[in-house]
Design a protein around this ligand. Structure first.
Ligand code: GLY
Length: 292
């Protein structure tokens, strides 16, 4: 990828996707990646593209984030989100929030503040001051054919070579109130550094955090392309008998995606591809597409 080129990859969660839900997952990821690609193509920043793509995924009830969030054991929605600017290493994240329509917007606003993570009422108060406060998303009925964990995310590289990563989730269905997973924890559910690359993850948050899974893939991108580095999720997840999926873009703009879950919805766009690729399994992609 040459200087001035851009790339973006989004995911809609590592999980089982029923035949009835396949089209919605492909279409939702394609819509999100297209919106981010439009920003990157006109010279916008990786942070803006990643934030916009995740807002679209949060607004799509197909996915477990924002409006599509699952409920915890008390019947409440508690959402987590995090975003990182690989140019400055600024981080913004919120945890266990309810009265915010798009948690990724609150996380992005925190890129400008000294704290990197606010939770619960403190995060909601922060969002209120910005006008992001709202009535909570309405709990939806349990989703048929979808396992109890998934997340959305995006990694983008802009024309200036800056990389951003963003992740947002409604957490795990039926979990204990107050539980926070990997999504708002840097090095776990997301990370970005222009010098190396960026990642966004989905899967069992506790296992992802215990193994610092995001950091492992970033560390691997110091030595190998994104498409190879993402394979480093398999051994730690096997050790803990856990499921995860990851998307990545390395400093050279190469993309990668891997998962050990039954499915993983994702979509890719870049300045050197004619069409958007939207998939629900890594095997849909030819090795040469991910190894470019
Ligand atoms: N990966 C989402 C969560 O565990 O909360």
């Amino acid at each position: 990828m040459d200087k001035g080129d851009w790339a973006i990859i989004v995911h809609g969660g590592a999980k089982a996707i029923s035949a009835a839900e396949t089209a919605a997952h492909r279409a939702g990821c394609a819509r999100a990646v297209e919106a981010g690609a439009e920003i990157l193509a006109r010279g916008g920043s990786a942070v803006d593209a990643a934030r916009r793509a995740v807002v679209i995924l949060e607004d799509d009830p197909t996915f477990n984030a924002g409006q599509g969030s699952v409920t915890n054991a008390a019947g409440d929605i508690e959402m987590d989100a995090g975003i990182m600017d690989g140019a400055t290493l600024a981080i913004g994240a919120v945890g266990a929030v309810n009265r915010i329509a798009n948690p990724i917007e609150a996380a992005a606003a925190m890129l400008e503040t000294p704290p990197i993570l606010l939770v619960g009422k403190g995060a909601e108060r922060f969002a209120y001051k910005l006008g992001l406060h709202c009535t909570p998303p309405r709990p939806t009925l349990p989703k048929i054919g979808v396992s109890g964990h998934d997340t959305v995310g995006c990694v983008a590289r802009d024309r200036a070579g800056h990389i951003a990563a963003a992740t947002s989730t409604g957490g795990i269905s039926g979990t204990v109130p107050g539980r926070i997973g990997d999504a708002p924890l840097p090095g776990c559910g997301f990370y970005a550094d222009d010098a190396i690359g960026g990642v966004s993850l989905s899967g069992e948050g506790e296992a992802i955090a215990r193994t610092l899974l995001g950091a492992r893939v970033v560390r691997a991108m110091e030595d190998k392309p994104a498409a190879e580095a993402v394979q480093d999720i398999h051994a730690p997840m096997q050790r803990l008998s856990a499921e995860a999926g990851v998307i990545a873009i390395d400093a050279a703009g190469r993309v990668g995606a891997a998962h050990n879950s039954e499915n993983f919805a994702f979509a890719i766009a870049s300045s050197d591809r004619a069409d958007i690729i939207a998939a629900i399994h890594q095997d849909e992609l030819k090795a040469d597409i991910l190894n470019d």
